[in-house]
Design a protein around this ligand. Sequence first.
Ligand SMILES: C[S@@+](CC[C@H](N)C(=O)[O-])C[C@H]1O[C@@H](n2cnc3c(N)ncnc32)[C@H](O)[C@@H]1O
Length: 244
Amino acid sequence: MELAATRNLSELQTAAFDVEYVTDELWQTLLPALTPHLDRPSRFLDVGGGNGLFVDRVTNAFPQSFGTNVEPARNLVASNRIHSRKNLVSATFQDADFVAEERFDVIFFNWVLHHFVVDGYASTVACQKAALRKACSLLNPNGAVFILENLYDGRSIDNLPSRLIYGLTSSHLLKSVTSRMGANTAGVGVCFHSRRGWNRILGGAGYPVRRFQPCYSYGELSPLRQFALHLRDTRVCLIVASPQ
Ligand SMILES: C[S@@+](CC[C@H](N)C(=O)[O-])C[C@H]1O[C@@H](n2cnc3c(N)ncnc32)[C@H](O)[C@@H]1O
C-alpha cells in the first residue's frame, strides 16, 4: 500500500515533543480499556511514538506484550531506551513496511494523526483516512485503534477551526508570523478536527467508533485566539475504533 509522503517537521520542531503527554488521569482511563487486548501474548504499535516512554509504560503494564514504535524523527528515536520487548522503526508510518504475518492487537495514534499533513486540505484529510486504512490492514481480527487527539470544535461552523488552523500553519508565506505566534508546526502544518470531523474520517476509513470519550479541557489558547479561530471548545479526547 503506497501512501502519499507527509510533510516533515524539522529536528528543532520535533525536539518540543520529547515529553510524556499521557497524564496519570488519562493512563487510568486507558488501562482498563487496554486490558482485554494486551493482557496476554500480544503485539501493539505506537505510531509516532516519539521518545518511546509510552511504549515502555504499556510494555511494563502488560508483561506479555511486545511494542513497536514507528517514529521518523531521528532525535526522538535516539532518546528511546532499549527495552527487550520494544522494536524501533525509524520511518514515517506511511513509508514503514510491516511483516504481513505479524499483526497488531492495538495500534495507538497518540497526537499524531493531526501531523499527517500534505499539500491541500482535502488531500490532507485523505492522507489521514489512508493512514487509518493502512492501520486497519495491520490489525488482528479483534484488534482496535486507540486515538488520543485534541478536539477543536467550532462555534457555529463545526469544523471551521480545522480549516483555519491548517491554512495558517501550513502556509510557507505565513511561516514567520505563525511561528512568532507560537505555532511549533509553522510552515509544515497541522490538521486537527472536531468530534464530528473525526467521526466522519473514521467512518470513511471503515471504522465504527466504539468509544468516544472527551477528557480534560486543552486550554492552551488565549480567549482572543479562540475567538479568532472560531473555537467553542478544545478538549483532549480518547477514541477507540475497530473494524469488526
Ligand atoms: C505531538 S508528537 C506525539 C508523540 C507521542 N505520540 C506522544 O504522545 O508523546 C507527534 C509525533 O508524531 C511524529 N510524526 C509526525 N509525522 C509522522 C508520520 N508521518 N509518521 C509517524 N510519526 C510521525 C512526530 O515525529 C512526533 O514524534
